[in-house]
Design a protein around this ligand. Sequence first.
Ligand code: ADP
Ligand code: MG
Length: 318
Amino acid sequence: MDRTQGSYCYRAVMMGTDIELQLAGHQPELARQVFRIIQQLENLLTVNRPDSQLMAVNRAAGQHGVSVDRQVFELIDCAHQVSLQGGCFNLAIGPLVKCWKIGFSGDSVPSPATLKSLLNLCDPRAVVLDRQRCSIFLTRPGMEIDAGAIAKGYIADRVCGFLQQQGTRQALINLGGNIRVTEAVAPATAWSVGLRQPFSEHGALLGVITVNDRSVVTSGVSERYFICGGRHYHHILDPRSGYPLDNDLLSVTVISADSVSGEIHSTQLYGMGLQRAGHWLTTRHDIEAIFVTRDGRVVCPSQRQFSFRQTAGMPVTG
Ligand code: ADP
Ligand code: MG
């Protein structure tokens, strides 16, 4: 715990990442409760340990459906509906993620034939949900759900819900760069969130986002990756080709009311590339984004729910 600018900061390493909770006063018991909630939710959603609810679903692939907690079901149902739209976001991407192992030991470039054979196992139409029984059935053996792109957002939303229930108005939860802030007490004390320069070794910032009661979530190519044969392979995979997505963007930061839709749309928008994503944003007034492009630009099409001040240019490399 340390104290910054009048707020108290509690830290932990969980879900393989740094977690930070900022509260307006010294509230160690509340912080303990928050970290307990995070642990419980991770236990339900992780696919990196055998005992989670989602792993029970994955183990029963091709055999039978598995009933899960109502809230897990709702999350998967929402992710499933988006996956069926045919964009980049796909909750059934598990077999590809497990094959590439990006961000884990043993990462390697699979053969084109291996990737092609796995695409069929990543078809969201082969996921069958039964709302009454809260059950999830992966109808083909070898299918796997992966909640890696949305779990942190879901947990951030649940933590915020809990804090609001407790009457806490001024809090920030940062799950490894996925940030959600509650309402600050006065606009003058709105939260400042740094926008990182992708690949910067020392966490250099490109700018500062000032925001209140919102989620700020980033998807990008510099979070988890490996280099092989001089090529860079990052962890957001294209469910149509099986390879990491390759376009004109380095990162997309989404500002939205809740963090699950921030997470879903950061992956979707990243997959669209700058031009299509910019157009899509004109159709949605609840979602805003800041793009960092491969050619060194920071593009911020609108600032309705936040303000953004660019503090540095990005050196163009490569
Ligand atoms: P981070 O985990 O760094 O916050 P993201 O939220 O962008 O990054 O999620 C990336 C994770 O999502 C990957 O590590 C993988 O588990 C999963 N994933 C990869 N590609 C896709 C995809 N096309 N659709 C949904 N999930 C994906
Ligand atoms: Mg995400």
